[in-house]
Design a protein around this ligand. Structure first.
Ligand SMILES: C[S@@+](CC[C@H](N)C(=O)[O-])C[C@H]1O[C@@H](n2cnc3c(N)ncnc32)[C@H](O)[C@@H]1O
Length: 266
């Protein structure tokens, strides 16, 4: 293999996109394969999922469970959230990871194998917004859905726009740049990138109908990554659109001090 000159390496790193030069990225303690146009897992996501794993592992309820926690990862992409939680929780959890894109699910399966986690995760190709996903089977839902507001697409760096699927990024469906830019924002979108949070909140009572975490107050039932300015809106959605399932919320910062994860508690 020819040697890469330090200048080329620096240029790629300066664009903040090491993953386009190498075909793997570090994701906390995991190594993740990447393949365009599948969304490349971010360091911030690894950080907040690690934090969520700490919260779960430190909670007294974990030692009383008679079976593994059933966790649903919606919009799994390369499998990052599911695999991080499977890695940290091991036999204490079983993950179901869902993505609408079959190529993403193929990559996620490869990542599970690469990290020795295949037996801890089931993968499903589904549009979660129109599926019941074996309703009532989950204890906890996690997600890093598309959340970039439609209007911010043009401001993203070329390393993101040129290599990642707009459908993995834009949180206002039907407004993907690959389609007509003239297309109006859909009825359920508001141009704020919050469409998927609403869908997740509205489907939570279905997915978590029999959650064992519902038996006590103050336990996490839903944890999502969000954009740095979206945490207030996401908290409001959780409190008003989950049919009363979420009583309170908490916001977790990433390693750069940005509001990055909203956790909905029973
Ligand atoms: C921002 S990427 C996040 C990927 C991964 N969770 C991560 O953090 O690395 C969003 C993912 O949502 C998937 N997606 C978009 N709409 C979906 C839907 N209706 N149902 C399931 N997955 C969807 C996309 O294919 C993409 O892989």
């Amino acid at each position: 293999m020819s040697k890469i000159s330090p200048t080329v390496l620096q240029n790629y790193v300066a664009e903040g996109d090491q993953a386009n030069l190498f075909s793997t990225v570090d994701f906390g303690e995991l190594t993740m394969l990447t393949r365009p146009p599948i969304f490349i897992p971010r360091a911030e996501t690894a950080y907040i999922m690690d934090h969520l794993a700490d919260i779960l592992l430190e909670h007294p309820v974990m030692s009383t469970l008679e079976r593994p926690l059933r966790i649903l990862d919606l919009c799994t992409g390369s499998g990052s959230l599911a695999l991080m939680l499977a890695h940290r929780l091991r036999s204490k959890a079983h993950l179901t990871a869902v993505d609408i894109n079959p190529e993403a699910v193929t990559l996620a399966r490869e990542n599970a194998a690469l990290n020795g986690l295949t037996s801890h995760v089931d993968f499903v190709v589904q549009d979660f917004t129109t599926s019941d996903l074996g309703e009532a089977s989950f204890d906890l839902v996690v997600s890093n859905p598309p959340y970039i507001p439609h209007g911010e697409w043009e401001t993203l760096s070329p390393s993101v726009k040129d290599h990642e699927d707009p459908r993995a990024l834009i949180g206002d469906p039907q407004d993907f740049p690959a389609q007509s830019r003239e297309h109006p924002i859909s009825e359920s979108s508001d141009g704020q990138g919050l469409y998927f949070y609403r869908k997740i909140a509205q489907k939570l009572p279905l997915f978590c109908k029999s959650s064992i975490l519902r038996q006590s107050r103050g336990l996490p039932l839903l944890a999502v990554e969000c954009g740095a300015t979206q945490a207030d809106d996401v908290q409001h959605i959780f409190k008003t659109q989950t049919s009363g399932l979420i009583s309170s919320t908490t916001v977790v910062k990433d390693q750069f001090g940005q509001d990055r994860m909203v956790i909905g508690l029973t």
